[in-house]
Design a protein around this ligand. Structure first.
Ligand code: GTP
Length: 365
């Protein structure tokens, strides 16, 4: 481990100590989310965990928020979800659930939020990630996606009538950890094929195989996927995996992962210009003429005039950046960007039109 003085420590490390981490647990219907929650709540992990469940039934739609106290006591609150659509109405209700929960601050030190099987985790995650008011109390630690090893292949292939990305692909794309559950129901061969399929969508997430959601809580809690961790991990992608072609990980999915490395340093203005065109204007097309729709983006950037890395995180159209670790003298300067989204293959030609990709010998994994 490198020895850092207090002055070298990134600002966020200190700021996060008083905040409560939130892990969003999502996954298709019946994949094993509740089994996972029950498992974690009974495991020894030294944490006092509060749980928020988002559920909506056929008729009345309700969001049940419950919290498990230190002594195992349970207190509950019920919040209306007006139209039963989690994605549209979760913003206000989700904030309220957390605010109510935070009044019990001190009784818990971790929040798990289980979404319904059909939810898009993007809007839910952004509440905890970038909501100004809540962010003083909580922060998004990561998104955990439960995948049903038996039925995932069918769900991932489902075509939506409007041609949009199906929920299963969206969830996998946004996962920081993907739990491949129900491994007892498939053969080793099926499992290996499914892993390739998942990797074809999200090649950056950690995949953990489980049966009956039995998982070491350390694999999913305190991973800090939206914080400072991961900057050097991104750089390692190139040293560990070496070179491969742009399309290697895109099997037959519209959603895929592409990692791009830009040697040298880039200007912050050029980075913002690119991100805003990509995420807000959504006008960048790949070489097949399809608009690139980002679901998740992570970048570890080398910025001109700065001696520290800049980590960029994006979920759909939202993005944020933080200065992190110092570049050591002997570390080659480069930026690494992981794109996960729709039509992310064959994008190099389009990227070259932007200043930050222009000069460098850009590489793609
Ligand atoms: N064989 C097998 N069954 C499992 C496994 N994990 C969970 N189950 C069973 O699968 C069913 C669904 O599990 P849940 O934990 O309720 O799944 P969920 O994702 O919370 O389901 P929804 O809330 O309906 O989306 C239950 O009957 C579980 O006992 C597993 O690894 N193997």
């Amino acid at each position: 481990m490198s020895e850092e003085s207090d002055d070298d420590m990134p600002e966020l490390v200190a700021a996060d100590v008083s905040k409560v981490p939130v892990t969003v647990i999502t996954g298709f219907l019946g994949a094993g989310k509740t089994t996972l929650l029950n498992y974690i709540l009974t495991e020894q992990h030294g944490k006092k965990i509060a749980v928020i469940l988002n559920e909506f039934g056929e008729g009345d739609s309700i969001e049940k928020s419950m919290s498990v106290g230190e002594e195992g006591e349970l207190f509950e609150e019920w919040l209306e979800l007006r139209n039963g659509c989690l994605c549209c109405s979760v913003k206000d209700n989700g904030v309220k659930a957390i605010e109510n929960l935070m009044q019990k601050k001190g009784k818990f030190d971790y929040i798990l939020l289980e979404t319904t099987g059909l939810a898009d985790p993007g809007p839910i995650a952004s509440i905890f990630w970038l909501d100004e008011e809540l962010c003083s109390d909580v922060y998004l630690d990561g998104i955990v996606v439960m995948v049903d090893a038996k039925f995932c292949e069918r769900h991932i292939d489902e075509k939506k009538e409007d041609g949009s990305v199906n929920e299963c692909q969206k969830q996998i794309a946004l996962g920081d950890v993907i739990i491949l559950n129900k491994t007892d129901l498939v053969s080793a061969e099926q499992l290996s094929k499914l892993k390739d399929l998942i990797r074809s969508v999200n090649n950056f997430a950690k995949i953990v195989e489980t049966s009956h959601s039995n998982i070491n809580p350390e694999s999913i809690l305190d991973i800090n996927a939206y914080g400072l961790s991961g900057d050097t991990k991104m750089e390692d992608i190139f040293t560990q995996r070496g070179y491969s072609t742009e399309d290697k990980h895109i099997i037959d999915q519209s959603v895929g992962t592409i990692t791009v490395q830009i040697p040298g340093s880039i200007s912050k203005c050029a980075l913002d210009d690119f991100l805003q065109t990509l995420l807000w204007e959504k006008t960048i097309k790949n070489s097949t003429g399809n608009i690139i729709e980002i679901l998740r983006l992570k970048g570890s950037m080398c910025i001109e005039g700065s001696d520290r890395r800049l980590v960029v995180q994006a979920v759909e159209e939202l993005y944020d950046s933080h200065t992190t670790t110092v570049w050591e003298d002997d570390q080659p300067r480069s930026s690494t960007v992981v794109f996960i989204g729709e039509h992310c293959h064959r994008i190099l030609g389009s990227l070259k039109k932007f200043d930050m990709f222009k000069l460098a010998a850009v590489r793609v994994v």
